[in-house]
Design a protein around this ligand. Sequence first.
Ligand SMILES: [Zn+2]
Ligand SMILES: [Zn+2]
Length: 98
Amino acid sequence: MTCKWCEENNDIIKLCNVKDHSICKTCYDKYRNLYPLRVEGCPYCKGLQEKIIVYVHQQHNNSIPYEVIACIICYSVICLSIKIYFLIMLFIIILNNK
Ligand SMILES: [Zn+2]
Ligand SMILES: [Zn+2]
């Protein structure tokens, strides 16, 4: 099997199952140096994917910190208990007036 890029009989590294995608180790190392941000693996199958897209997606998922959610829940519980307390007080005052 010969390399598709330099057409020499060097060490072919198996990056995917497609026979036409055979690339030697020397060519693949050059490719990795030229495009260090590209996803590792067969350059034909994964050539256009870059690692930066994955990082941005992960940051977007963790946009709301856990502390903010905990604060919102605590604040709503306190507000709700104050409202219930005032409703009970109002009910007691109405009962006493009768
Ligand atoms: Zn080669
Ligand atoms: Zn491939």
